[in-house]
Design a protein around this ligand. Structure first.
Ligand code: CTP
Length: 399
Protein backbone atom coordinates (compact mmCIF):
# COMPACT_ATOMS: atom_id res chain seq x y z
CA UNK A 1 0.00 0.00 0.00
CA UNK A 2 1.70 3.17 -1.18
CA UNK A 3 -0.08 5.67 1.02
CA UNK A 4 2.84 8.09 1.29
CA UNK A 5 3.01 8.96 -2.39
CA UNK A 6 3.74 12.69 -2.84
CA UNK A 7 4.77 12.98 0.81
CA UNK A 8 8.15 14.56 1.40
CA UNK A 9 10.17 13.57 4.43
CA UNK A 10 13.36 15.30 5.45
CA UNK A 11 15.18 12.74 7.56
CA UNK A 12 17.96 14.01 9.85
CA UNK A 13 20.27 11.32 11.17
CA UNK A 14 22.52 12.15 14.12
CA UNK A 15 25.54 10.30 15.42
CA UNK A 16 24.57 7.45 17.69
CA UNK A 17 24.85 3.70 17.63
CA UNK A 18 21.16 3.45 16.68
CA UNK A 19 21.85 5.40 13.48
CA UNK A 20 21.92 2.00 11.78
CA UNK A 21 18.15 1.74 12.43
CA UNK A 22 17.63 4.71 10.12
CA UNK A 23 18.29 2.43 7.15
CA UNK A 24 15.30 0.26 8.02
CA UNK A 25 13.15 3.36 8.67
CA UNK A 26 14.09 4.77 5.26
CA UNK A 27 13.22 1.43 3.65
CA UNK A 28 9.73 1.53 5.23
CA UNK A 29 9.11 5.08 4.01
CA UNK A 30 10.33 4.25 0.50
CA UNK A 31 8.23 1.10 0.31
CA UNK A 32 5.20 3.31 1.02
CA UNK A 33 6.00 5.76 -1.72
CA UNK A 34 7.49 8.68 0.24
CA UNK A 35 10.13 10.96 -1.20
CA UNK A 36 13.10 11.28 1.15
CA UNK A 37 15.99 13.64 1.47
CA UNK A 38 18.44 13.03 4.27
CA UNK A 39 20.85 15.10 6.31
CA UNK A 40 23.68 13.30 8.05
CA UNK A 41 25.43 15.17 10.84
CA UNK A 42 29.21 14.79 10.89
CA UNK A 43 29.04 12.32 13.74
CA UNK A 44 26.32 10.29 11.98
CA UNK A 45 28.89 9.59 9.26
CA UNK A 46 30.97 7.75 11.88
CA UNK A 47 28.12 5.24 12.23
CA UNK A 48 26.61 4.89 8.73
CA UNK A 49 27.84 5.85 5.32
CA UNK A 50 26.26 8.48 3.07
CA UNK A 51 26.45 5.90 0.27
CA UNK A 52 24.18 3.39 2.03
CA UNK A 53 21.70 6.15 2.94
CA UNK A 54 21.69 7.49 -0.62
CA UNK A 55 21.18 4.01 -2.10
CA UNK A 56 18.23 3.21 0.14
CA UNK A 57 16.57 6.62 0.04
CA UNK A 58 17.19 7.08 -3.68
CA UNK A 59 17.54 10.72 -2.79
CA UNK A 60 20.20 13.25 -2.11
CA UNK A 61 22.18 13.10 1.14
CA UNK A 62 23.16 16.48 2.55
CA UNK A 63 25.77 17.20 5.15
CA UNK A 64 27.62 20.48 4.73
CA UNK A 65 26.19 23.84 5.66
CA UNK A 66 28.57 25.68 3.37
CA UNK A 67 28.54 23.57 0.24
CA UNK A 68 28.64 25.44 -3.06
CA UNK A 69 27.00 22.52 -4.81
CA UNK A 70 24.10 22.31 -2.35
CA UNK A 71 23.58 26.06 -2.07
CA UNK A 72 23.20 26.43 -5.82
CA UNK A 73 20.79 23.52 -6.00
CA UNK A 74 18.84 23.58 -2.75
CA UNK A 75 19.96 25.78 0.15
CA UNK A 76 19.10 25.17 3.80
CA UNK A 77 15.96 27.31 3.65
CA UNK A 78 14.70 25.59 0.50
CA UNK A 79 15.41 22.24 2.12
CA UNK A 80 13.29 23.05 5.16
CA UNK A 81 10.47 24.38 2.93
CA UNK A 82 10.64 21.32 0.66
CA UNK A 83 9.73 18.94 3.47
CA UNK A 84 6.20 18.11 4.59
CA UNK A 85 7.60 16.79 7.82
CA UNK A 86 11.02 16.61 9.46
CA UNK A 87 12.13 13.51 11.34
CA UNK A 88 15.23 13.50 13.54
CA UNK A 89 16.19 9.93 14.44
CA UNK A 90 18.28 9.15 16.33
CA UNK A 91 18.11 12.53 18.08
CA UNK A 92 21.17 12.64 20.31
CA UNK A 93 21.48 14.56 23.60
CA UNK A 94 23.83 16.96 21.82
CA UNK A 95 21.39 17.69 18.97
CA UNK A 96 18.50 18.07 21.42
CA UNK A 97 20.60 20.54 23.41
CA UNK A 98 21.53 22.51 20.29
CA UNK A 99 17.91 22.70 19.10
CA UNK A 100 16.74 23.83 22.54
CA UNK A 101 19.32 26.67 22.53
CA UNK A 102 18.57 27.62 18.92
CA UNK A 103 22.17 26.91 17.90
CA UNK A 104 22.68 26.70 14.16
CA UNK A 105 26.27 25.63 13.62
CA UNK A 106 25.71 22.82 11.13
CA UNK A 107 23.27 21.99 8.34
CA UNK A 108 20.90 19.90 10.49
CA UNK A 109 20.43 22.50 13.24
CA UNK A 110 20.16 25.36 10.72
CA UNK A 111 17.47 23.60 8.69
CA UNK A 112 15.47 22.81 11.82
CA UNK A 113 15.75 26.39 13.09
CA UNK A 114 14.50 27.66 9.73
CA UNK A 115 11.64 25.18 9.53
CA UNK A 116 7.93 25.93 9.69
CA UNK A 117 6.91 22.28 9.54
CA UNK A 118 5.95 19.55 12.00
CA UNK A 119 9.14 18.15 13.57
CA UNK A 120 9.38 14.67 15.08
CA UNK A 121 12.23 13.66 17.38
CA UNK A 122 13.16 10.07 18.23
CA UNK A 123 15.74 10.44 21.01
CA UNK A 124 18.42 7.84 21.63
CA UNK A 125 21.00 8.01 24.39
CA UNK A 126 22.34 6.38 27.50
CA UNK A 127 19.85 6.21 30.38
CA UNK A 128 21.87 8.63 32.59
CA UNK A 129 22.06 11.15 29.76
CA UNK A 130 18.32 10.78 29.23
CA UNK A 131 17.57 11.27 32.92
CA UNK A 132 19.92 14.24 33.30
CA UNK A 133 18.19 17.48 34.32
CA UNK A 134 19.70 19.36 31.38
CA UNK A 135 18.26 16.88 28.87
CA UNK A 136 14.89 17.06 30.64
CA UNK A 137 14.93 20.88 30.52
CA UNK A 138 15.96 20.89 26.87
CA UNK A 139 13.17 18.50 25.93
CA UNK A 140 10.63 20.50 27.87
CA UNK A 141 11.63 23.53 25.83
CA UNK A 142 11.36 21.64 22.54
CA UNK A 143 7.94 20.25 23.45
CA UNK A 144 6.90 23.81 24.26
CA UNK A 145 8.10 24.86 20.82
CA UNK A 146 5.77 22.21 19.37
CA UNK A 147 8.21 19.37 18.57
CA UNK A 148 6.65 15.91 18.72
CA UNK A 149 8.43 13.17 20.64
CA UNK A 150 8.59 9.52 19.56
CA UNK A 151 9.89 7.37 22.41
CA UNK A 152 12.46 6.68 23.70
CA UNK A 153 11.87 3.14 24.95
CA UNK A 154 13.06 1.23 27.98
CA UNK A 155 15.45 -1.62 27.35
CA UNK A 156 19.01 -2.83 27.20
CA UNK A 157 21.34 -0.35 25.57
CA UNK A 158 24.32 -0.75 23.31
CA UNK A 159 26.56 0.29 26.24
CA UNK A 160 25.23 -2.62 28.30
CA UNK A 161 23.20 -0.52 30.74
CA UNK A 162 19.45 -0.93 31.11
CA UNK A 163 16.82 1.82 31.23
CA UNK A 164 15.02 4.48 29.25
CA UNK A 165 16.81 6.01 26.28
CA UNK A 166 16.63 3.33 23.61
CA UNK A 167 15.53 4.61 20.22
CA UNK A 168 12.03 3.56 19.15
CA UNK A 169 12.01 0.79 16.54
CA UNK A 170 11.64 1.79 12.85
CA UNK A 171 8.14 0.29 12.48
CA UNK A 172 6.84 2.43 15.33
CA UNK A 173 8.52 5.56 13.96
CA UNK A 174 6.99 4.80 10.59
CA UNK A 175 3.58 4.33 12.24
CA UNK A 176 3.75 7.77 13.92
CA UNK A 177 4.70 9.62 10.75
CA UNK A 178 2.22 7.65 8.66
CA UNK A 179 -0.49 8.53 11.20
CA UNK A 180 0.42 12.19 10.94
CA UNK A 181 -0.16 12.08 7.18
CA UNK A 182 -3.38 10.05 7.54
CA UNK A 183 -4.87 12.60 9.95
CA UNK A 184 -3.73 15.42 7.72
CA UNK A 185 -5.60 13.85 4.81
CA UNK A 186 -8.71 13.25 6.88
CA UNK A 187 -8.72 16.78 8.31
CA UNK A 188 -8.00 18.40 4.96
CA UNK A 189 -11.61 17.98 4.03
CA UNK A 190 -12.64 19.74 7.23
CA UNK A 191 -13.14 23.46 7.32
CA UNK A 192 -12.32 25.70 10.26
CA UNK A 193 -13.16 29.33 10.89
CA UNK A 194 -11.41 31.39 13.56
CA UNK A 195 -12.11 34.96 14.67
CA UNK A 196 -9.25 36.76 16.40
CA UNK A 197 -7.91 40.09 17.60
CA UNK A 198 -9.91 43.10 18.69
CA UNK A 199 -12.54 44.95 16.70
CA UNK A 200 -12.56 48.74 16.58
CA UNK A 201 -15.60 51.04 16.44
CA UNK A 202 -15.03 54.49 15.03
CA UNK A 203 -16.25 57.55 16.90
CA UNK A 204 -15.06 59.88 14.15
CA UNK A 205 -12.56 59.35 11.29
CA UNK A 206 -9.55 59.39 13.66
CA UNK A 207 -10.84 58.04 16.96
CA UNK A 208 -12.22 54.71 17.95
CA UNK A 209 -13.11 52.52 20.91
CA UNK A 210 -11.70 49.05 21.10
CA UNK A 211 -10.91 46.09 23.35
CA UNK A 212 -7.49 45.07 24.57
CA UNK A 213 -6.37 42.02 22.58
CA UNK A 214 -3.15 40.99 20.85
CA UNK A 215 -4.86 38.25 18.82
CA UNK A 216 -2.00 35.85 19.64
CA UNK A 217 -4.11 32.96 20.96
CA UNK A 218 -6.51 33.10 17.99
CA UNK A 219 -3.66 33.23 15.46
CA UNK A 220 -1.98 30.25 17.14
CA UNK A 221 -5.25 28.29 16.99
CA UNK A 222 -5.57 29.05 13.28
CA UNK A 223 -1.95 27.91 12.78
CA UNK A 224 -2.53 24.67 14.71
CA UNK A 225 -5.72 23.93 12.77
CA UNK A 226 -3.90 24.47 9.49
CA UNK A 227 -0.92 22.39 10.63
CA UNK A 228 -3.28 19.51 11.40
CA UNK A 229 -4.80 19.66 7.93
CA UNK A 230 -7.86 21.91 8.29
CA UNK A 231 -8.84 24.23 5.51
CA UNK A 232 -8.59 27.33 7.71
CA UNK A 233 -10.05 30.82 7.46
CA UNK A 234 -8.95 33.48 9.93
CA UNK A 235 -11.08 36.60 10.31
CA UNK A 236 -9.01 39.10 12.20
CA UNK A 237 -9.40 42.55 13.66
CA UNK A 238 -6.32 44.84 13.58
CA UNK A 239 -3.21 43.16 15.06
CA UNK A 240 0.55 43.26 14.52
CA UNK A 241 0.68 39.57 13.73
CA UNK A 242 1.63 37.75 10.55
CA UNK A 243 0.28 34.45 9.32
CA UNK A 244 1.33 31.89 6.73
CA UNK A 245 -0.42 32.67 3.44
CA UNK A 246 -1.80 29.14 3.19
CA UNK A 247 -4.32 30.28 5.79
CA UNK A 248 -7.09 32.42 4.30
CA UNK A 249 -6.79 35.72 6.19
CA UNK A 250 -9.65 38.22 6.09
CA UNK A 251 -8.85 41.52 7.76
CA UNK A 252 -11.70 43.52 9.26
CA UNK A 253 -12.05 46.47 11.60
CA UNK A 254 -15.56 46.60 13.03
CA UNK A 255 -17.84 44.00 14.60
CA UNK A 256 -20.31 44.44 11.73
CA UNK A 257 -17.57 43.64 9.21
CA UNK A 258 -16.52 40.62 11.28
CA UNK A 259 -20.09 39.34 11.35
CA UNK A 260 -20.51 39.85 7.60
CA UNK A 261 -17.28 37.96 6.79
CA UNK A 262 -18.15 35.22 9.26
CA UNK A 263 -21.50 34.66 7.53
CA UNK A 264 -19.81 34.69 4.12
CA UNK A 265 -17.27 32.07 5.17
CA UNK A 266 -19.67 29.60 6.71
CA UNK A 267 -20.48 26.72 6.62
CA UNK A 268 -17.53 25.23 8.50
CA UNK A 269 -17.07 22.11 10.59
CA UNK A 270 -15.66 24.02 13.51
CA UNK A 271 -15.68 27.70 14.45
CA UNK A 272 -13.50 29.18 17.16
CA UNK A 273 -14.54 32.65 18.28
CA UNK A 274 -11.51 34.07 20.00
CA UNK A 275 -11.98 37.71 18.92
CA UNK A 276 -12.38 40.36 21.57
CA UNK A 277 -15.33 41.97 19.86
CA UNK A 278 -16.16 45.48 21.06
CA UNK A 279 -19.49 45.24 22.84
CA UNK A 280 -20.62 48.68 21.76
CA UNK A 281 -20.53 50.83 18.69
CA UNK A 282 -21.30 54.52 18.22
CA UNK A 283 -24.95 55.09 17.48
CA UNK A 284 -24.11 57.57 14.80
CA UNK A 285 -20.50 57.94 13.75
CA UNK A 286 -19.29 61.56 13.35
CA UNK A 287 -18.41 62.20 9.71
CA UNK A 288 -15.76 64.83 10.59
CA UNK A 289 -13.16 64.92 13.31
CA UNK A 290 -14.72 66.10 16.56
CA UNK A 291 -13.08 69.27 17.86
CA UNK A 292 -11.69 69.36 21.38
CA UNK A 293 -14.30 70.34 23.94
CA UNK A 294 -14.76 70.25 27.72
CA UNK A 295 -16.96 67.21 27.68
CA UNK A 296 -18.51 64.92 25.16
CA UNK A 297 -21.34 62.45 25.55
CA UNK A 298 -21.17 59.45 23.31
CA UNK A 299 -24.28 57.57 22.43
CA UNK A 300 -23.38 53.88 22.21
CA UNK A 301 -25.43 50.90 21.16
CA UNK A 302 -24.86 47.20 21.56
CA UNK A 303 -23.02 45.33 18.84
CA UNK A 304 -24.41 42.09 17.53
CA UNK A 305 -22.95 39.04 19.30
CA UNK A 306 -21.31 37.12 16.45
CA UNK A 307 -20.88 33.89 18.40
CA UNK A 308 -24.51 33.86 19.58
CA UNK A 309 -25.72 34.75 16.12
CA UNK A 310 -23.90 31.81 14.51
CA UNK A 311 -24.72 29.28 17.21
CA UNK A 312 -28.43 30.10 17.15
CA UNK A 313 -28.84 29.86 13.35
CA UNK A 314 -29.07 26.18 12.53
CA UNK A 315 -28.52 26.78 8.82
CA UNK A 316 -25.00 28.06 9.45
CA UNK A 317 -24.11 26.49 12.79
CA UNK A 318 -20.86 24.47 12.58
CA UNK A 319 -20.82 21.04 14.26
CA UNK A 320 -18.53 22.45 16.89
CA UNK A 321 -18.85 26.04 18.13
CA UNK A 322 -16.21 27.26 20.56
CA UNK A 323 -16.19 30.57 22.40
CA UNK A 324 -13.68 32.27 24.66
CA UNK A 325 -14.25 33.99 27.97
CA UNK A 326 -11.49 36.34 29.05
CA UNK A 327 -12.39 37.19 32.63
CA UNK A 328 -10.87 39.08 35.54
CA UNK A 329 -13.08 37.63 38.30
CA UNK A 330 -15.67 34.96 38.95
CA UNK A 331 -14.15 33.07 36.03
CA UNK A 332 -15.95 29.74 36.40
CA UNK A 333 -19.42 31.24 36.84
CA UNK A 334 -18.98 33.66 33.98
CA UNK A 335 -17.68 30.91 31.71
CA UNK A 336 -20.63 28.62 32.53
CA UNK A 337 -23.06 31.48 31.92
CA UNK A 338 -21.51 32.25 28.54
CA UNK A 339 -21.58 28.55 27.61
CA UNK A 340 -25.35 28.49 28.19
CA UNK A 341 -26.33 31.96 27.04
CA UNK A 342 -24.34 31.78 23.82
CA UNK A 343 -25.46 28.23 23.00
CA UNK A 344 -21.93 27.06 22.26
CA UNK A 345 -20.35 23.64 22.73
CA UNK A 346 -17.24 24.72 24.58
CA UNK A 347 -16.11 27.88 26.33
CA UNK A 348 -12.38 28.35 26.82
CA UNK A 349 -11.89 30.55 29.86
CA UNK A 350 -8.81 32.40 30.98
CA UNK A 351 -7.91 34.82 33.72
CA UNK A 352 -6.73 38.04 32.07
CA UNK A 353 -5.98 39.73 35.40
CA UNK A 354 -2.91 37.47 35.68
CA UNK A 355 -0.03 39.38 34.02
CA UNK A 356 1.90 36.19 33.20
CA UNK A 357 -0.87 34.90 30.97
CA UNK A 358 -2.83 38.04 30.22
CA UNK A 359 -2.99 40.25 27.17
CA UNK A 360 -0.01 40.24 24.86
CA UNK A 361 1.73 37.39 26.72
CA UNK A 362 3.03 34.42 24.71
CA UNK A 363 1.78 32.14 27.47
CA UNK A 364 -1.64 31.12 28.64
CA UNK A 365 -3.46 28.86 31.05
CA UNK A 366 -7.06 28.01 30.22
CA UNK A 367 -9.95 25.86 31.33
CA UNK A 368 -12.21 24.30 28.73
CA UNK A 369 -15.83 24.17 29.85
CA UNK A 370 -17.71 21.52 27.90
CA UNK A 371 -21.47 21.59 27.36
CA UNK A 372 -21.77 18.24 29.19
CA UNK A 373 -20.62 20.12 32.33
CA UNK A 374 -17.12 18.61 32.28
CA UNK A 375 -14.14 20.90 32.70
CA UNK A 376 -10.53 20.47 31.71
CA UNK A 377 -7.60 22.65 32.66
CA UNK A 378 -4.73 23.18 30.22
CA UNK A 379 -1.91 24.31 32.49
CA UNK A 380 0.51 27.21 31.94
CA UNK A 381 2.38 26.90 28.65
CA UNK A 382 3.05 28.69 25.37
CA UNK A 383 -0.03 29.82 23.48
CA UNK A 384 1.16 27.74 20.52
CA UNK A 385 1.13 24.62 22.65
CA UNK A 386 -2.22 25.44 24.25
CA UNK A 387 -3.51 25.75 20.67
CA UNK A 388 -2.12 22.35 19.66
CA UNK A 389 -3.84 20.80 22.67
CA UNK A 390 -7.14 22.53 21.87
CA UNK A 391 -6.92 21.37 18.24
CA UNK A 392 -6.20 17.77 19.32
CA UNK A 393 -9.45 17.93 21.29
CA UNK A 394 -11.30 19.46 18.34
CA UNK A 395 -10.13 16.59 16.12
CA UNK A 396 -11.23 14.01 18.71
CA UNK A 397 -14.62 15.63 18.98
CA UNK A 398 -15.18 15.89 15.22
CA UNK A 399 -14.09 12.29 14.73
N1 CTP B 1 -18.30 37.50 21.09
C1 CTP B 1 -18.77 37.69 19.80
N2 CTP B 1 -19.38 38.84 19.48
C2 CTP B 1 -19.55 39.82 20.38
C3 CTP B 1 -19.06 39.64 21.70
C4 CTP B 1 -18.44 38.47 22.02
O1 CTP B 1 -18.59 36.79 18.97
N3 CTP B 1 -20.16 40.94 20.03
C5 CTP B 1 -17.65 36.22 21.45
C6 CTP B 1 -16.16 36.35 21.74
O2 CTP B 1 -15.42 36.16 20.56
C7 CTP B 1 -15.97 35.23 22.75
C8 CTP B 1 -17.27 35.18 23.51
O3 CTP B 1 -18.23 35.77 22.64
O4 CTP B 1 -15.81 33.99 22.12
C9 CTP B 1 -17.25 35.86 24.81
O5 CTP B 1 -16.83 37.18 24.65
P1 CTP B 1 -16.73 38.15 25.88
O6 CTP B 1 -16.29 39.49 25.43
O7 CTP B 1 -15.96 37.49 26.99
O8 CTP B 1 -18.23 38.15 26.34
P2 CTP B 1 -19.36 39.18 26.26
O9 CTP B 1 -20.57 38.48 25.77
O10 CTP B 1 -18.94 40.39 25.51
O11 CTP B 1 -19.60 39.49 27.79
P3 CTP B 1 -18.86 40.49 28.80
O12 CTP B 1 -18.05 41.44 27.96
O13 CTP B 1 -19.97 41.13 29.50
O14 CTP B 1 -18.03 39.61 29.68
Amino acid sequence: MKNLIDKKILYIICGGISAYKSLETIRLFKRNGAEIKTILTNSAKEFITPLSVASLSQGKVYSDLFSVENESEMDHIALSRWADVILIAPATANTISKLAQGTSDDLASTVVLASNKEIYLAPAMNVRMWEHQSTKQNLKKLINYGYKLIGPEIGEMACGEYGEGKMTEPDKIFYEINNYFLNLKKNKKLKALVTAGPTIEYIDPVRFITNKSSGKQGYEIAKSLFKKGFNTTLISGPTNLKIDNSIKLIEVETADEMLLETKKNLPADVAVFSAAVADFKINKKYEDKIKKQDSLNLNLKKNVDILSYVSSHNSMRPDLVIGFAAETDNIENNAEKKLNNKNCDWIIANDVSNKKIGFNSDFNEVTIHYSNKNKEKLSYKKKSQISDEIVDRIINQLN
